[in-house]
Design a protein around this ligand. Structure first.
Ligand code: HSE
Length: 382
């Protein structure tokens, strides 16, 4: 197997190092705009050097972002090259097109590293869906935010202080928006539900609430309530095929399995009608865990050339966030216009427990309350 590697960042260097120790595969070219010592003639800034090299049969895309990653993946597949990608954002937006391009040329596209990094989650979800009816997918799918929540809980420190420390230690990105606003998790739950339910969801329709407005006072209030805050994604299929999906902070009872997930670990879960609930725990990010998943996909492609994780021609998934109701913790200084029990003053606002609300209504309510109090925070109760 001769590989063209797109992107020599953290994960790309991990893949390079693992592949360099193997006899069954070789990195023939590396696309990166930076000067990278030690790569010599392998380094190129032109994608065409990889696309037009007929000796390269497989492209590994680890550039991240939407463009030009999307363009390069589709062009590589159309040229008949297998593709392995960890790019969750690109897959969540261009799932159907990538699947179609692979199907038309007979190339394989594999995406294990895009959800859960080194955790064998998609691998097992793909196996389960052959036999079982998947009822829901979800879990803690982001390590950075779990580290922030766990540290706030154990140290009593505020959000900004904990985020700065996570950045100093190299866990959180310099621009942490994609993690703390839930876009990274939204992309992952979109890929997981597409695979689980055999369809294509519009990722922009998944109600997504991040954790950037959480305060140390909120966390102390959760402790008084006997609850632990975790950042969860979930997509559940209704009997008529509609999918109720969301990404939001959730207040769990202390005994819940997700409450025991600490530091930057992930837990990715699904429930099948026959197999019941399955949880997969471990490092969902990081250089070698993610690179490991990429090399697993490369091995699978070598054994089964052209065997894809994505299926072409699947129907759109109908998302409906009004199907399931939950009570919510709501902290705001704005007047609350729904039925809710006031608990106590928290910071400059009041903490409430709302009557059961559907996800779409709660997210819309928070958007309205933020016109008056931009710091309004909410979390579902489970
Ligand atoms: N920033 C992500 C995380 C990396 O912290 O989980 C993997 O998407």
């Amino acid at each position: 197997m001769r590989i063209g590697l797109l992107g020599m960042g953290t994960i790309g260097s991990g893949v390079y190092e693992i592949v360099a120790r193997r006899a069954d595969m070789e990195i023939a070219r590396v696309l990166d705009l930076r000067r990278i010592p030690g790569l010599g003639d392998k380094l190129t800034a032109r994608f065409e050097d990889i696309l037009e090299d007929e000796s390269i049969d497989t492209v590994v895309e680890l550039m991240g972002g939407l463009e030009p990653a999307h363009e390069f993946v589709v062009r590589a597949l159309r040229a008949g090259k297998n593709v392995v990608t960890a790019n969750k954002l690109m897959l969540s937006h261009h799932y159907a097109e990538v699947a179609q391009a692979a199907c038309e040329s007979g190339a394989g596209v594999r995406v294990s590293a895009s959800v859960g990094g080194g955790i064998p989650y998609l691998h097992n979800l793909l196996r389960a869906r052959r036999v079982d009816n998947i009822l829901w997918v979800g879990g803690i799918l982001n390590g950075t935010t779990n580290l922030i929540l766990d540290t706030m809980q154990s140290s009593g420190a505020g959000f900004d202080e904990v985020l700065r420390e996570a950045q100093r230690l190299g866990y959180a990105e310099a621009d942490p928006s994609s993690d703390i606003d839930g876009i990274d998790v939204r992309s992952k739950i979109t890929i997981a539900m597409n695979i689980a339910f055999g369809g294509v969801a519009d990722t922009r329709e998944v109600p997504t609430e991040g954790i950037r407005r959480l305060t140390g006072e909120d966390v102390r209030q959760f402790a008084r309530m006997g609850r632990v805050c975790r950042f969860l994604a979930r997509a559940e299929r209704m009997e008529d095929g509609a999918v109720c999906a969301c990404v939001e902070p959730v207040l769990l009872e202390k005994g819940a399995i997700e409450a025991a997930v600490c530091k930057n670990d992930n837990i990715a879960s699904f429930e099948g009608e026959y197999v019941g609930v399955q949880h997969f725990f471990g490092q969902g990010a990081g250089k070698f865990p993610t690179a490991y998943a990429v090399v697993e996909d490369l091995r699978d492609l070598a054994a089964h050339p052209g065997k894809s994780h994505l299926r072409a021609g699947e129907p759109p998934l109908k998302l409906d966030a009004r199907r399931l109701k939950k009570r919510y913790y709501l902290r705001t200084a704005a007047p609350v216009e729904v039925e809710a029990e006031a608990l106590c003053a928290v910071g400059a606002g009041t903490a409430y427990i709302t009557a059961a609300l559907n996800t779409a209504d709660m997210h819309a309510l928070a958007a309205r309350l933020r016109n008056i109090d931009g710091a309004t925070f909410f979390a579902a109760l489970r």
